[in-house]
Ligand binder design. Structure first.
Ligand code: BUP
Length: 466
């Protein structure tokens, strides 16, 4: 009934990059927005990182966020030999979508907010139960526009005899996504991810609305084009509600910071440290890792480098010495650098006043965190949507993107010399820092009372109440 307290059920999918923003949305909706919120804990969890994150979220939110266990139906992964564990997880969830109906009914949901990975299968289930269905798009609005338009691009490529071959993708009203920025898997129409991506892209128009973790001033072109229906006609309302603010988790026992990086940052001068992290989803080749090390050393700057070599979030077994080779690098940079492996509290690092640059793989959450902190980014995207996000960095002036740089690409390694020169140039350029600070101010204005993201979230809640 109109005016009643809505009960919003959130359904995240696999990967920290998806789980983190869902947790943030849950807390935003339950605190001060007058919503009852439940988060589906999808079981079994994919990684220990996700299991821990969910536990911490429910503990931090107390009774404000309820837990709904969503146990997946058995799934035989041998159908897809060699597939990425995250794509397999998306598939397992998609096939379990019929189980969602009873879950929504039992919870008494007044709205469902699903991850994009499930959009095309969750929408009909919710509709059947008379529950409005929204999507939280955890990537950029640029990527949302690409996702919404891509099925039409494939159709026209098939119709004019190019047989589904993907070239540059000219997203109407937004901009051209060059072939080199199209996520790798999408070049193969038979790829599991392509099939999921196209189905979800087609399904978007049927949603009751799309929430995006971005803000109007950060991605004005893409948001406007989506809202005006230039990307896909009849596109549902777009609620740009970002940057979704971090959840304050209580300190963990034992302390989360055995490397002492926060203390180390405290001892560094303002804006002097280069923070380097390339996410956790894909290993970096040993050769590129060594060039990167050489580049950081030759840059002459202080740096905090989170080295990751394994594929699945958080779980990091290899020793630093083994990863970096035995040429004395760690000894030579001791004092002006801190090199650590495993998980760090990135949000706290980016908020720290001594950080002056973030060398990033351009995972979207990382970029929204950099934007919220006003820290400039040197974009070095790796795979998936990251090159599309890197273009947002360049366009918004949050930082710089050396488009030639790829990872293990045909152009070969990016040399230590190139890395050092670029870092020196960006750190020396006062305009870069100033522009990033401007983005930070715009982010704060968007989420403050009366800002664009504040109102978008209010409008979404209003619709859930109707
Ligand atoms: Br790695 C790492 N600490 O050590 P993205 C990540 N994060 O807090 P995507 C940490 O995880 P991949 C770490 O702040 C962000 O909120 C980070 O999301 C946090 O990356 C989230 O940036 C990661 O969107 O890839 O695309 O999920 O898992 O490789 O980071």
């Amino acid at each position: 009934t109109s005016g009643a307290r809505p009960h919003v059920v959130l359904l995240p999918s696999a990967g920290m990059g998806h789980l983190v923003p869902f947790g943030r949305l849950a807390v935003a909706l339950s605190g001060g927005r007058g919503c009852d919120v439940s988060v589906a804990a999808v079981l079994p969890t994919v990684s220990s990182a996700e299991a821990r994150h969910l536990e911490a979220l429910f503990a931090a939110a107390g009774t404000a966020v309820r837990r709904l266990d969503f146990r997946l139906a058995p799934f035989d992964a041998s159908e897809f030999p060699g597939a990425d564990p995250f794509f397999l997880r998306f598939e397992a969830m998609r096939r379990s979508a019929p189980l969602l109906g009873p879950l929504l009914a039992a919870a008494g949901a007044s709205a469902l907010v699903t991850d994009i990975a499930l959009a095309s299968v969750a929408l009909p289930v919710a509709r059947e139960r008379g529950v409005p269905c929204y999507v939280l798009f955890t990537a950029s609005a640029a990527m949302l526009a690409f996702c919404a338009y891509f099925p039409a691009h494939l159709d026209s490529s098939a119709a004019d005899g190019r047989g589904g071959v993907v070239g540059d993708v000219d997203v109407p009203g937004v901009y051209r996504v060059p072939k080199s920025s199209v996520p790798q898997a999408l070049h193969d129409p038979k790829h599991l991810f392509t099939q999921q991506f196209v189905a979800n892209g087609r399904g978007l128009v049927d949603a009751d609305g799309i929430l995006v973790n971005t803000f109007d001033a950060f991605e004005p072109e893409a948001i406007t084009a989506l809202r005006e229906g230039s990307v896909a006609s009849g596109f549902p309302p777009v609620f740009a509600v970002g940057p979704l603010l971090p959840v304050r988790f209580p300190p963990q026992e034992p302390a989360e910071d055995p490397a002492g990086y926060m203390q180390w940052l405290d001892a560094q001068p303002a804006r002097s440290v280069v923070y380097v992290s390339f996410g956790s989803r894909k290993a970096i080749s040993p050769d590129q890792l060594r060039e990167l090390a050489a580049g950081l050393e030759a840059s002459g700057h202080r740096f905090l480098w989170v080295v990751k070599s394994t594929v699945v979030d958080r779980d990091e077994a290899a020793e630093l010495g083994d990863l970096l080779g035995d040429d004395g690098f760690l000894g030579r940079v001791q004092g002006r650098a801190l090199v650590t492996k495993g998980w760090v509290e990135q949000e706290e690092i980016l908020q720290h006043g001594s950080v002056g640059l973030f060398v990033s793989h351009c995972g979207w959450n990382s970029l929204t965190e950099a934007a919220a902190s006003g820290v400039p980014v040197l974009a070095w995207p790796r795979f998936g949507d990251q090159r599309i996000n890197a273009a947002v960095v360049a366009r918004s002036r949050l930082g710089a993107w050396e488009e030639r740089w790829s990872w293990d690409g045909e152009e070969g390694l990016v040399t230590g010399k190139e890395v050092a020169e670029k870092i020196k140039a960006v750190m020396a350029d006062g305009t870069v820092a100033k522009k990033a600070a401007t983005v930070g101010e715009a982010a704060a204005a968007a989420t403050a009372k009366g800002g664009t993201s504040y109102w978008s979230l209010a409008e979404f809640v209003g619709r859930c109440r109707d």
